[in-house]
Design a protein around this ligand. Structure first.
Ligand code: HEM
Length: 171
């Protein structure tokens, strides 16, 4: 923050980042008819991450191999859809100057990449025997993924609803 004098002689705090070129340009560029692709695609990895934990819990409870196979597919598709969501989010971060300039967008990137690494581990672990993988490490990883996906999604929501990133109006 720097102190600047206004026309009336008062002093006000100015964030130097707000002087960056394009600081107020926050409108999504990775969009279909104005609808941001990232916002549309994140629902899939979020839901599939919860499904993986649900399937693990049902396998633990019932012992039915069907649920272990369902957890393998939920973990795998959750990871792949998460990567797709990650690519659209990264393109948005790098291409839109007002998003690139804001620290919370980079915080979201770091949390999301951590999540993608965990989703990849949760899938990879199951590729060498999907039934044996569930207890205890599979279900523990699924529970950790649910916590981190909740944090990532909550923080992504803050970017949109608090900072107006991806929308036409920046502040
Ligand atoms: C890996 C790199 C990622 C980057 C750089 C990124 C970046 C962004 C940006 C810039 C926004 C603001 C809206 C927009 O401009 O489209 C956003 C919103 C959001 N992100 Fe990400 N994101 C990433 C991955 C993820 C992942 C993996 C998830 C969850 C699985 C996620 C969940 C969300 C959610 C829920 C929103 C709010 C969408 C809305 O309410 O409209 N992000 N993200």
């Amino acid at each position: 923050m720097t102190m600047e004098q206004t026309d009336h002689g008062d002093h006000e705090l100015v964030d130097p980042i707000s002087e960056e070129p394009g600081f107020d340009e926050t409108e999504s560029r990775i969009a279909v008819l104005g609808h941001p692709i990232h916002a549309m695609s994140v629902a899939f990895p979020v839901a599939l991450t919860f499904c993986a934990l649900g399937a693990d819990a049902l396998y633990w409870w019932s012992g039915d191999a069907f649920w272990a196979r369902a957890a393998l597919w939920a973990a795998g598709t959750g990871f792949l859809f998460g990567m797709l969501a990650g690519f659209s989010g990264t393109a948005e971060l790098l291409l839109v100057p007002g998003i690139r300039a804001r620290a919370p967008a980079w915080t979201h990137f770091v949390i999301a990449v951590t999540l993608l690494a965990l989703l990849g581990c949760n899938w990879g672990l199951r590729l060498y025997g999907y039934e044996e993988a569930v207890l205890p490490y599979g279900i523990l990883l699924s529970a950790l993924c649910v916590g981190v996906v909740g944090f990532t999604g909550w923080h992504g929501g803050k970017l949109v609803f608090d900072y107006r990133l991806g929308t036409a109006k920046g502040n």
